[in-house]
Every structure is written in C-alpha cells, then in structure tokens.
Design a protein around this ligand. Structure first.
Ligand SMILES: [Zn+2]
Length: 89
C-alpha cells in the first residue's frame, strides 16, 4: 500500500513537471512576439512625404521627380504628372 502511494506521488510529480514545462512553453511562445516587436518596431522611421499636386500621390522627396518653382520645390510621381503641372503653370 505504501509503495503504491509513493508511486502515485512520483507519477504526480512527473505530471506536474510536464505541465509546468508546457505552461512555461506557452508563456514563452506568447511573450516572444511582443519581444520581437520591441526589437523591431512595426513603424519604420518616419520619412517626410510630399503630395504630388496633380494626382495627390504621396512621394518620397529623395526619390520623386522634382521641379524647382521659386523657393519651393514641387514633387511628382511621374513624368506625366510633371508635364501636366508644367503645362498648367
Ligand atoms: Zn502623380
């Protein structure tokens, strides 16, 4: 009878360890996406964008077609928009 109790106790310990490992795994699994988000922010560094005056598309000034107009620089998404803007001004 005593041996059976000891065996049951050992079995309980084994199961408890198994459950603990499982729970720890679930917690680690749930925590890792948040940790990854901390390391790699969802929002990249903000780049100031400007709107194409013709079609309204937002373009990155460094990569867009540009046209100096007095002190201002106007940015366009394509030659088509630039030509349209030039013919209108
Ligand atoms: Zn455009």
């Amino acid at each position: 009878m005593f041996l059976r109790t000891v065996l049951l106790f050992l079995l309980f310990l084994f199961l408890a360890r198994f459950v603990m490992r499982l729970v720890r795994g679930v917690i680690a699994g749930a925590a890792s996406p948040a940790a990854a988000a901390d390391r790699c922010p969802a929002n990249p560094p903000a780049v100031k964008m400007v709107a194409d005056p013709i079609c309204g598309t937002y373009v990155v000034p460094g990569k867009a077609l540009q046209l100096a107009r007095g002190r201002d620089t106007v940015y366009f998404c394509s030659d088509k928009c630039r030509d349209e803007w030039v013919s209108a001004h």
